[in-house]
Design a protein around this ligand. Structure first.
Ligand code: BJW
Ligand code: ZN
Length: 241
């Protein structure tokens, strides 16, 4: 990596696993036998808002107690070593924001925030860090409408400014790190191909080979809380030569 390299990291639930936050798919990914596809949809919320809010209440409790792990910290350290590092995250837990980034890099949150909610009637969006528990009392807006988590569910559009920003970052990346994501959920998964088409070197950091296709230039298999710090060490050593 040259000092001017632009590094972009696309992250998913796996980067927060070591902070005690379960991933969506695979081991521990079920909530009361329900899959993400059964809960993270507007239809599920319309049918049974109490169960969906219960899931979010449970996750809020876990995230409230969670701290960034060595993988989040490694991305921060890498941002100090390279010219510019930006993060495109699918996570709603806010752990990247806690470590922050050095320099001009930013964090694009594609799927919203666990700590915001939006009125289903008037669209008002507010920050909400309350403990709940939900149910029995579901949160309501001052207009009387039912509040929902301000996140992006299946079948919903991502915010166009987030998509545009993530697209621009991806197109300008020299190195594109894909960390802890199964890379099956679009449009996030499409950024790998875009990065590669635009000439970036794409490296996957995952417990297993997740993303498929010729766009993956390097696979680093293992927990990202170990492999990303090892990458930072390697970059640091090279710099000292
Ligand atoms: C470790 C580890 C460790 C574990 N170290 N690794 C094109 C083709 C096909 C379908 C579509 C398409 N375009 C759109 C769609 C439909 C749909 C979609 O993609 N469906 C697929 C499932 C097929 N997409 C959408 O609906 C999106 N909207 C959209 O595109 O609008 C336009 C449109 C609509 C309808 C039709 C067509 C166009 C919206 C997607 C929103 C996803 N929302 C959720 C919930 C967010 C809120 C919340 O968190 O509550 O986002 S679902 C869930 O999946 C969450 C995640 O961000 C997302 C991705 O999951 P992620 O992060 O990859 O986690 P996992 O669990 O899947 O993987 C963890 C990985 O970590 C694993 O690989 C492990 O091995 C690894 N790991 N420990 C390193 N220690
Ligand atoms: Zn309202």
């Amino acid at each position: 990596m040259t000092p001017q390299a632009r590094v972009v990291a696309l992250t998913g639930a796996g980067i927060s696993a070591a902070s005690g936050i379960p991933t969506f798919r695979g081991k521990g990914g079920l909530y009361k036998n329900l899959h993400a596809q059964d809960l993270a949809t507007p239809e599920a919320f319309a049918r049974d808002p109490a169960t969906v809010w219960e899931w979010y209440g449970w996750r809020r409790d876990l995230v409230r107690r969670a701290r960034p792990n060595a993988a989040h910290r490694a991305l921060r350290e890498l941002s100090e070593l390279v010219g510019r590092l930006d993060i495109i995250t699918q996570n709603v837990d806010g752990l990247h924001e806690q470590t922050g980034l050095a320099g001009e890099g930013g964090i694009v949150r594609l799927h919203g925030s666990l700590w915001r909610m939006r009125c289903t009637r008037c669209g008002r969006e507010v920050e909400d860090r309350s403990a709940g528990p939900y149910p029995p009392d579901l949160p309501h807006c001052s207009c009387g409408g039912l509040m929902r988590p301000a996140v992006v569910w299946f079948g919903e559009q991502l915010a166009s400014e987030d998509l545009d920003e993530a697209g621009a970052l991806t197109r300008h990346a020299d190195v594109f790190l894909v960390v802890g994501t199964s890379a099956v959920v679009y449009p996030a998964a499409g950024f790998l191909g875009l990065a590669s088409q635009q000439g970036a070197f794409v490296a996957e950091f995952n417990l297993e080979a997740a993303a498929s296709g010729p766009e993956i230039g390097l696979r680093v298999t293992g927990p990202s809380e170990e492999t990303l710090p090892a990458l930072v060490d390697a970059v640091r050593k090279r710099r000292k030569v």
